[in-house]
Design a protein around this ligand. Structure first.
Ligand SMILES: C[S@@+](CC[C@H](N)C(=O)[O-])C[C@H]1O[C@@H](n2cnc3c(N)ncnc32)[C@H](O)[C@@H]1O
Length: 219
């Protein structure tokens, strides 16, 4: 589906600087050199854009960073929808809170949680989840917990999208020491088995630094 290009908002440069600082100082948590491109943000929110149901929807975004994907989600929300956003970085989270209160995202039901996903999702249910967590930087058991949580909290018919940079894990495996090799292999097995079990669809997004694979899973 073709969506209109959003105009660049006034704080965009500030947000880019915030992201670069975060990437440089907290590489393990960020796991990206730049925020996602418009093409990647579109691919990540495509299932939400295509959904035409009138009912109120629960939407979850995990690892929002400066909010480039949030900016795509908000215009797709009806006044009845609710969006819960997770961001672990306090600095980025506070900035998201500020934006959620401002005119840009006003009139929408948005909750920003500055804490690690999946903390606080017990007993919650969502129709859509959009995840940008840098799984390759996580301990393997955390990747397992995150993916298991998605299968638990997404309702039947619910949709999860998440991305990984193309071939990055394989590349890192080539240069890894033994401990790192075992960790990355475990992550690889966990992600692959999750995709196989839930019949994940993969889409290439070439216009991004680096290019990415976007996975879509319908529960
Ligand atoms: C690769 S960046 C993605 C940022 C943005 N969504 C994008 O696509 O450009 C990953 C973000 O996830 C956040 N993050 C890492 N671990 C997290 C966790 N357990 N819970 C919530 N956010 C987390 C990081 O602080 C970082 O901002």
């Amino acid at each position: 589906m073709r969506r209109k290009q959003r105009p660049i908002h006034r704080g965009a440069r500030k947000e880019l600087v915030s992201f670069l600082i975060q990437a440089a100082t907290q590489w393990r948590l960020t796991g990206a050199l730049l925020p996602s491109s418009a093409a990647l943000c579109h691919a990540m929110t495509d299932p939400l854009a295509r959904d035409s149901r009138a009912a109120s929807r629960m939407i979850l975004e995990v690892g929002a960073g400066t909010g480039v994907i949030t900016e795509e989600i908000v215009p797709l929300m009806s006044p009845r929808d609710r969006l819960v956003v997770y961001e672990l970085s306090e600095r980025l989270g506070e900035r998201l809170k500020y934006r959620a209160k401002g005119p840009e995202w006003s009139g929408r039901d948005i909750e920003i949680r500055v804490k690690p996903f999946p903390e606080g999702t017990e007993d919650e249910h969502y129709n859509f989840a959009v995840c940008s967590l840098p799984f390759n930087n996580f301990p393997a058991y955390m990747v397992h917990i995150c993916l298991k949580t998605f299968s638990k909290i997404l309702t039947p018919g619910g949709v999860l999208t998440f991305y990984e940079y193309c071939h990055l894990r394989n590349l890192r495996l080539q240069f890894a020491n033994r401990k790192e090799f075992i960790r990355l292999r475990r992550i690889d097995r966990t992600v692959k088995s999750f995709l196989k079990t839930h019949h994940g669809q993969c889409r290439h997004v070439l216009i991004n630094v680096p290019p990415a694979w976007v996975y879509t899973i319908r529960f």
